[in-house]
Design a protein around this ligand. Structure first.
Ligand code: DX5
Ligand code: ZN
Length: 220
């Protein structure tokens, strides 16, 4: 089976030492850095804003995979693009004009991702697939790290894989939430090529990061 890219979610890092933590996961083999931005309104938790993302940028040259769980999203796009984010992913429920938001992200020179909540059907992508660079299948309800994987999302990963293959375009299929050594291979078998992992990357502290990331890659 193909080896997935691993995008550790820094939500599970030590927030008092975020720069060090980003350097540590970079050195440990992270492919991307997953940054969870929450507004306490679209999701029931509050995390970080563009200032923190910008402060982290000098700590790694790996792509910043910024997952915006904010509503509305449009008026923050410029600020997040200016942080040095590489991929900006948003939830279509967070605004009335998802297509316009995708175009706005691309106009800022960034890759655009669509996040699908567990109850959001793959069909949501029908008229976006020709424009997006990434689909993020949420395998937990967004808001917190450390939740259990929702198994019905494996069917959605399979459906999205078919849509991507049919499109003939280069689109990443990323899974976020409850990814561990048991669920990682299931996600890859269903067609995922990027795995977000918070708890599974950071468990055990810095001495374990390389082994944790390698195990997740191997699990593919
Ligand atoms: C949830 C976030 C996830 C989360 C993943 O809203 O989008 O990125 O931090 O954490 P784990 O891997 O612990 O489920
Ligand atoms: Zn996320």
């Amino acid at each position: 089976m193909a080896t997935p890219l691993i995008s550790p979610s820094i939500l599970s890092a030590d927030f008092a030492r975020l720069g060090e933590e980003v350097r540590a996961i970079d050195a440990a083999g992270a492919d991307w850095i997953h940054v969870d931005v929450m507004d306490g309104h679209f999701v029931p938790n509050l995390t970080i804003g563009p200032g923190v993302v910008k402060a982290l940028r000098p700590h790694t040259s790996k792509p910043f995979d910024v997952h915006l769980m904010i509503e509305p999203v449009d008026h923050f796009l410029e600020a997040f693009a200016a942080t040095g984010a590489d991929i900006i992913t948003f939830h279509p429920e967070a605004g009335p004009h998802a297509h316009r938001t995708v175009q706005a992200i691309k106009a800022l020179g960034k890759q655009a991702g669509i996040a699908l909540n567990p109850a959001t059907p793959a069909k949501m992508l029908d008229y976006l697939i020709d424009d997006i660079d990434l689909v993020l299948v949420m395998s937990v309800n967004p808001g917190f790290g450390g939740q259990s994987f929702i198994h019905s999302q494996l069917r959605k990963i399979e459906a999205v894989r078919k849509m991507i293959d049919k499109s003939g375009r280069q689109i990443f299929l990323e899974v976020d939430g409850g990814v561990d050594l048991v669920t990682a291979p299931q996600c890859v078998a269903a067609g995922a090529d990027v795995l977000v992992a918070g708890t599974a990357t950071f468990k055990g502290g810095p001495d374990c990061y390389a082994a944790n990331i390698a195990a997740l890659k191997g699990a593919g």
